[in-house]
Design a binder for this molecule. Structure first.
Ligand code: TYD
Ligand code: MG
Length: 452
């Protein structure tokens, strides 16, 4: 019998240790290190056809590499095609992550049902009957999609060999388990092993595989970070579960840009593509209210439009109150001082409340201008047109400072249907013919002139 090998893994970040310890030295989390049984596979599961395994790779000149034989598979979903960079690349692994109940299973089932190719939808979470019930709501007339409820990779590969599907969908990677690893499904070593097996299968047969992945409570994909390195594309499906809109973004894409985003609306009969994104904004609020401003921020690599709300009122008690939710209170005080000193607004005797809607906390300094605009708007009781947005840092002398990757923010704002974006004059912008008006400002007074 093979010797049983165990290793310790941090369940938060996936770092491997040779012995147990209380704190993970990589991510500094406490009590996340768990012992997992690992048994090295003696032979791998996805057996290569003998002809293919004999073929060793040879170096080729870039100009000699032929890509014309690799057409992308059309998913018949405009938004998904765009986010993927024009369709699914044969032999690629795509990972779709998102909050529970956001609609990951619905999206991929809908895509599988809409495809004219032979599709295999493997579910480890729902029974065939449950999936059939959902399929009937989403797309009742389809004859190319096979449903399999299985969690063991060895059995999945057996079915794949028999069926020879053109595309494989796995819901979800955390429910899979391989016989070669003894730890339970969803553990770091299982996820690693199952993904490795799937990658091997995808690359050798040029069959694209789409995986659904769970996320942890802080929004990262559950399992080892290496999972995101192993796959070709990482998509994130996000949105507020209480709202009907869902946003699909690419976090990583080896075959396209990560600037694209897809917007869907959840309906009774599945997800509908939203081709006109400004629908979202119009449906959100009908009237313009004072104290609201939209910031074009970046969260990590992703552009994100965030609404900032301010309320400025006369202080009832001696010391005025300053309160900020989702924004650094010290920074708020600094911006108030700048407004007082450089733009002549007497805010010293006023209560100021600031809120970043959606429960998000923002560190990006580009939100400064929207914070200042919302305070001005509330103080003067004039509303800011709802198709205006802001992206700039505010300096101590009241100067409007440039921010990083401003073009990405401008493109996001344009995509979301904004008419005007306020940015610093000192930002270098080479975009031309944008549908959005780029308003360059250099000092606080310029902003006051526009808004008040
Ligand atoms: P689901 O796709 O199972 O989410 P996930 O796989 O990400 O956990 O379901 C998402 C939610 O969408 C579910 O709570 C019910 C809702 N829904 C609809 O509103 N309309 C539909 O047609 C379907 C299939 C689901
Ligand atoms: Mg699901």
């Amino acid at each position: 019998m093979a010797k049983v090998k165990t290793t310790f893994f941090c369940q938060n970040c996936g770092t491997q240790f040779s012995k147990w310890q209380g704190q993970c030295t990589a991510c500094k989390e406490w009590n996340t290190i768990v012992e997992e049984l690992v048994q090295k596979p003696e032979k791998s599961d996805w057996k290569t056809p003998t002809t293919a395994s004999k073929r060793a790779a040879v170096p080729l000149l870039v100009s000699e590499i032929d890509t014309s034989k690799e057409p992308r598979l059309n998913t018949f979903d405009g938004e998904l095609n765009r986010v993927l960079g024009g369709g699914i690349v044969p032999g690629s692994l795509t990972l779709l992550g998102g909050e529970p109940g956001i609609g990951k299973s619905t999206l991929l089932l809908q895509v599988s049902l809409g495809l004219p190719y032979k599709t295999l939808y493997v579910s480890g979470e729902e029974s065939q009957k449950q999936i059939k019930m959902r399929a009937e709501r989403v797309n009742p007339n389809n004859s190319n999609c096979y449903i399999l409820t299985e969690t063991k990779t060895q059995n999945i590969f057996k079915q794949i060999e028999a069926l020879e599907p053109d595309i494989v969908i796995i819901d979800s990677i955390q429910t899979l388990h391989s016989d070669y690893i003894e730890s339970s499904s969803g553990s770091i070593s299982q996820i690693k092993e199952c993904t490795t097996e799937l990658i091997k299968f995808a690359k050798e047969t040029a069959t694209p595989v789409l995986l659904i992945g769970h996320i942890t409570k802080d929004g990262n994909i559950a399992g080892p970070k290496i999972l995101e390195h192993m796959v070709d594309t990482v998509l994130q499906f996000e949105g507020d579960r209480n709202h009907v809109f869902r946003i699909l973004r690419a976090h990583k894409n080896r075959f396209g840009s990560t600037n694209e985003l897809g917007i869907y609306e959840m309906q009774g009969s599945g997800l509908r593509e939203v081709s006109n994104p400004s629908e979202i904004l119009i449906s959100k609020k009908d009237e313009e209210l004072s104290g609201n401003a939209i910031a074009a921020t970046l969260e990590g690599m992703r552009p994100l439009m965030i609404e900032v709300q301010a309320l400025v009122s006369t202080a009832v008690y001696g010391t005025p109150q300053r309160s900020a939710t989702g924004f650094n209170a010290k920074r708020l005080n600094m911006l108030l001082a700048v407004l007082e000193k450089r733009a002549g607004f007497r805010l010293g005797a006023k209560d100021v409340f600031l809120n970043i809607t959606g429960g998000i906390t923002v560190d990006d300094p580009a939100i400064d201008l929207a914070v200042v605009a919302s305070i001005l708007s509330s103080n003067e009781d004039v509303s800011i047109p709802k198709d205006y947005c802001f992206a700039a840092e505010v300096g101590l002398s009241g100067e409007i400072r440039p921010v990083q990757r401003v073009e990405q923010r401008i493109l996001e704002a344009e995509k979301l249907g904004f008419a005007t974006i306020f940015v610093s004059k000192y930002n270098k912008i080479s975009l031309q013919n944008t549908a959005i008006k780029i308003q360059l400002i250099s000092k606080m007074e310029d902003l006051v002139d526009f808004l008040v």
